[in-house]
Design a protein around this ligand. Sequence first.
Ligand code: BTN
Length: 361
Amino acid sequence: MLTPLGFSLLRQLSDGAFHSGEDLAATVGLTRARVSQLLKQAETAGLALERVRGRGYRLLATPDFLDVKEIRKALAALNVEVAPADAKAPLLPAANDDDLFAPGGVSTIPLHPAISVEVTDQVDSTSTELLRRAARRDIHGALLAAEWQTAGRGRRGRVWTAVAGGSLTFSLGWRFEQGAGYVAGLSLAVGVAVVRALEAEGLAGVELKWPNDLVHRHLKVGGILVEMNGDALGPSTVVVGVGLNIRLPQTVKRDIAQPVSDLAAVAGRGAPPIDRNKLLARLVSELAASLSQYAAQGFVPFAAEWQRRHAYQGKPVRLLLPDGEQVKGTVAGVDSTGALVLADGPRRSRFLAGEISLRRA
Ligand code: BTN
């Protein structure tokens, strides 16, 4: 797989034209020898390069880089309203700004914001970056996708591992009138939206694992991290982070602490390569629809579908609690807030997502 530096070199080459080693070296601030070494790695990763003395390097087949124009086009084809390319996120209204509220105290946070699309080669974490921006700007409808995260974060303080070109890592900002309690079940609704999007793109068979892992045949293919700031009464700003394994090299799969798979395996042998731009647009389209519905109706309309898509519905499991204790039971389902309901004989117990992990019993 490609390193981030190799990746930015390939981006330079993605126009399919010849670029001299000198020019490439100057753009990324490396020596020509290092450029040549990085391009050799890219060839090992399966990219077809042509070298011509006196002209330089050229990519014979353009890889599927994330591309703002392609994503915007695919979103428009799905009837998603896209913000103008040069639109700058507005500053947050001041807390005492009267324009914030329409007469009667009804908030003016739009239910269906236009989506602003941004792609970056490298960032520490798309979620961290949106949370930073949220302090100053309105991130309602802001999409940030990255080819490479240097500090990708998972649930429960874990590291999120992704590879440049072989993963999809993005975050979407959203504002809700309501506060923390109301958005408690949001990460489960996001899981439903992601699985719907995968199915719509022909990737059937991905299931949910409470609270919001995406699994295929019990192997993890993606994860969701929902983070929030705001006060208990609202409004609140939420950053929805989604990481999907598209095609992970064996070496990377081996290095991840839990059993993982990727969407290429879900698609199956002989399937055409996954178009990440199209998939991202589909995910954003489903997410925007679900986040709007959640703002209006909460988790209840998602609960039955969530249970249907849960890999462990009706199955015996054990829960690992933060204090090291384990609880065993059978999954009865989720309640109207997204809490897991475990049955042990006639007894029913509810568990809130937080720091709990679910395991097969
Ligand atoms: C998990 O299963 O632990 C959640 C993983 C969430 C990863 C995504 S990748 C995009 C966004 N940026 C991050 O740093 N994390 C989320």
